[in-house]
Each structure stands twice: as C-alpha cells, then as structure tokens.
Design a protein around this ligand. Structure first.
Ligand code: ADP
Length: 239
C-alpha cells in the first residue's frame, strides 16, 4: 500500500449508491452499493454464486451500466463516458480471467507483445518491455513456448504479464486461481501481492476462503447484492 495520509490517496474505484436491476429477469443484482478502492489497495471480493460479484466487475469495466448511482474508475466517470472513449478507458485497467484467455497460436512472448502491438507502441519499447514483464512473472525460460506447453499456473502467469505490460493503475483479477492447482494458487496470489507492493491497485474476486484467510488484507463480502462486510483482517501467514 502506498504511504501517505489515508485521505490523500486517490480513489481508483468508487461506487456511490449503485443499484443494478437486469431488465430481462427483473433481478436486483446490486442494491445501493457504496464502495471505495484506493490507490495502492489490494482487496479481495468474496461472496457466493449469484451474490453480484460479476455484476460489480462488469460495472467497473463498463460492460453494463448502473440502473442508479454513480461509478468512477481511474478518474473516469462511467455514467458520462462516451462510447468512443471506452477503449481508452479500458486500457487503464489490466484484466486477469479465470480461463486465462491466451491466444493458442501465439508464444508467451507474442501473447504479451500483442497488447502493445494493437496500440501501436514503438517496436523498440516492445522489445524492452515484454521481456521485462515476462521476467517479473518468472517465465523467461518459457518465452518461446505456446500456451498448450504450459501448466495452468504458468498460463496464469502469462495472463498476469499481459495484464501488466501496459502498466495499468488497476488490475482486476476475476477468480484467477479458479482453474489451477491449489498449491499454485498461493503462488499466483503472492505474485499479485508483489505487483501490488510496487504500487498497482488490485481487486481480486475469489470464492476460495482458504486463500483469503491465508493472505488476509481487505475483504469485501457481497451477499445478495449488498456489501455485508468490508474490513481489513490479518492473514494466517502473519506472525
Ligand atoms: P456472482 O458473480 O456473484 O455469481 P452475478 O453478478 O453473476 O453473481 O449475478 C447476480 C444476480 O444477477 C444473479 O441472481 C444472476 O442470476 C443475475 N444476473 C446476472 N447476469 C444477468 C443477466 N445478464 N441477465 C439477467 N440476470 C442476470
């Protein structure tokens, strides 16, 4: 977490009295949720299936709009954000998905470089930046491997490198350990924690209570569309 006065830290995500009702089903997925994630935070979002976690992530990415209330992410007021500005806004966020979403026909290096190529980053920068982020996730030796040659944990490391390559202020990890072996889950969270210590704000959705208990930190529990718990707890790995 960045140093400085609590009040001086910028908020990266701010939901103010947000409700979402899906018109198709009439379901109230979020009900008057207010929440702030500050610059440098690492927060776990937990809650059972159907609680509203994905709805919250979709709101933050502006995949859906709030029925009422306001959503501000990385300084963008999403209620007012023009459609043509959405790609620019999304590039300020790195995503890590449960199912990795790597391109099978591309090597590790190419999967990561692709993010910079689509925004026309200078080639010289790509040649420096890509090996650097691949080394940050400890995959130098696999840079020329294809996704089908990697373990689940390694695939997720590539996905984290890809999320990092654009130097986002905020990373959203949606069940990043859902498809990997439990022992490796700890390594993935360690990696995200290390990235957080370098200043990137991280919001991680998980239903793995053991992980949350082990690492501790800020835990936001969503139940039936409401934030029922939002506190910092000590982890089991702390003395
Ligand atoms: P979680 O991610 O915690 O499992 P969701 O945010 O996916 O929960 O779902 C919250 C509620 O909203 C659930 O009752 C779900 O059935 C409903 N819901 C989610 N997506 C849609 C949708 N696209 N259309 C209608 N109802 C939806």
């Amino acid at each position: 977490m960045k140093k400085g006065k609590e009040g001086a830290r910028l908020s990266m995500v701010e939901l103010k009295n947000v409700s979402v009702t899906y018109a198709s089903s009439g379901v109230d997925a979020l009900n008057n949720v207010s929440l702030k994630i500050n610059d440098g935070d690492f927060a776990f979002v937990v809650g059972s299936s159907g609680a509203g976690k994905s709805t919250m992530i979709k709101l933050i990415l502006k995949e859906i709009d709030a029925t009422s209330g306001s959503v501000i992410v990385n300084g963008y007021n999403l209620d007012k954000l023009k459609r043509r500005k959405i790609p620019e806004f999304r590039r300020t966020i790195g995503f890590v998905f449960q199912d990795f979403r790597l391109i099978p026909s591309m090597t590790v290096y190419e999967n990561v470089a692709f993010v910079l190529r689509v925004i026309d980053a200078p080639r010289k920068y790509i040649r420096k930046r890509v090996p650097y982020v691949i080394s940050l996730v400890g995959l130098q030796a696999k840079a020329n491997s294809y996704p089908n040659e990697l373990s689940g944990g390694e695939k997720q490391r590539v996905a984290i490198a890809r999320a990092l390559v654009n130097d986002p202020k905020l990373i959203i990890a949606d069940e990043p350990t859902g498809n990997i072996d439990p022992e490796l889950s700890y390594e993935i969270v360690e990696l995200l924690k290390g990235i957080n210590e370098c200043g990137t704000t991280i919001l991680m959705v998980t239903h793995e209570h053991d992980l949350v208990r082990h690492f501790g930190g800020r835990i936001i529990n969503i139940t039936q569309g409401e934030v029922v718990f939002d506190e910092v707890i000590g982890g089991a790995n702390e003395v």
